[in-house]
Design a protein around this ligand. Structure first.
Ligand code: ADP
Ligand code: MG
Length: 331
């Protein structure tokens, strides 16, 4: 039996929209709008969805950087939302983050050694900080001699390695990777993903791995969740996800993955969704995807589909008219 490390229940993060000199609240951006999911020890949960669907906001609530509007977050079975400062300090040790942008997430005036040393000093985990930093640098594939260099002296991929060294410094259990390779060249992306995979094996890490396209997480996630306008549309085991995707939105995302075989790639039919992504300040009624869904019926405009478990037990989908096996995009 896999053991649950983190569970998110009915989580909502609504940002108030304030207008006028009196800064009156005129509405809410529903960035995360009722998300429930769990993460098991040692696994990689991939989260995908287009820009603005609430991925980073979800990450920040898990890290305790944002206080959610409602819902709950359990870490090792305990609700963390009412933790006091001391409990939060301990928790932060176990949950770390790797950010999307390796350029802005590192202080440009700090030497890399000091950047990686910061969490060690804050938690006083070791007397020999310098030695531990050098160990960490080696672990992520950076020469320890670079200790005194500044972030701008490194390439994007190397900077992301610095961010990863900082994230693993305290031996956390969970790392939330928020689009860690999106800002990197394709050739460098694979190296950073390989590093993250090696570290996971070596250190027994659990990952929530956020990406805006599916190709990045295809080979690394154990389970995949698809978000759209602050909601999870489909969540399943990796195999089942790629072979048996049932949500029309997932199907559209899958159709966008380039195929390695040039003949198949030429024949690949891309599903282009109609219209623009609606604003999370004014999400559509019923199923939030209905305005762009090729399968939408009147029923979908008035009723909200819940994430339901399908026959095989490993697959959950929030759709009234899920795609049958025969119609699916084959990858
Ligand atoms: N601090 C904030 N205040 C107001 N709106 C925000 C804030 N952070 C994010 N948003 C809005 O919430 C929505 C989701 O954003 P985000 O979580 O960054 O999405 P993603 O990471 O999937 O691109 C967007 O519409 C964004 O503009
Ligand atoms: Mg983001």
């Amino acid at each position: 039996m896999s053991q649950e490390l983190l569970r998110i229940q009915d989580l909502e993060m609504h940002f108030p929209i304030k207008e006028g000199v009196l800064q009156k609240t005129t509405g809410y951006v529903k960035a995360v709008n009722g998300v429930s999911l769990s993460v098991n020890k040692g696994e990689t949960l991939g989260i995908v969805g287009e820009s603005g669907c609430g991925k980073s906001t979800l990450a920040k609530t898990i890290l305790g950087l944002l206080k959610p509007t409602s819902g709950d977050i359990f870490y090792e079975g305990e609700s963390i939302l009412n933790y006091n400062a001391k409990q939060m300090h301990e928790l932060r040790r176990n949950i770390q983050m790797v950010f999307q942008d390796p350029f802005s997430s590192l202080n440009p005036r700090m030497q890399v050694g000091d950047i990686i040393a910061a969490p060690l000093k804050a938690y006083k985990t070791t007397k020999n900080v310098k030695q531990r930093v050098q160990e960490l640098m080696e672990l992520v594939g950076l020469k320890p001699e670079y200790y005194h260099r500044l972030p701008h002296e490194f390439s994007g991929g190397q900077r992301q390695r610095i961010g990863i060294a900082r994230a693993i410094a305290l031996e956390p259990k969970l790392i939330v990777c928020d689009e860690p390779v999106s800002a990197l060249d394709v050739s460098v992306q694979a190296q950073v993903i390989n590093l993250l995979e090696d570290l996971q094996k070596e250190l027994g890490l659990t990952y929530i791995f956020i990406a805006h396209d599916l190709s990045v997480i295809k080979h690394m996630a154990d389970r995949v969740g698809v978000m759209y306008l602050g909601k999870v549309m489909e969540l399943s085991d990796n195999d089942s996800f790629y072979q048996n995707a049932q949500h029309p939105y997932t199907n559209a995302l899958l159709s966008a993955i380039p195929l390695p075989d040039p003949v198949k790639e030429k024949e690949r039919e891309r599903i282009v969704l109609k219209g623009d992504l609606p604003s999370p300040a004014n999400p559509p009624s019923g199923c939030v995807f209905h305005t762009r869904c090729p399968r939408a019926q009147d029923y979908c405009k008035k009723n909200v589909p819940l994430l339901e478990t399908k026959e095989d037990g490993t697959h959950t989908v929030a759709c009234f008219f899920p795609i049958e096996h025969a119609e699916q995009i084959q990858n």
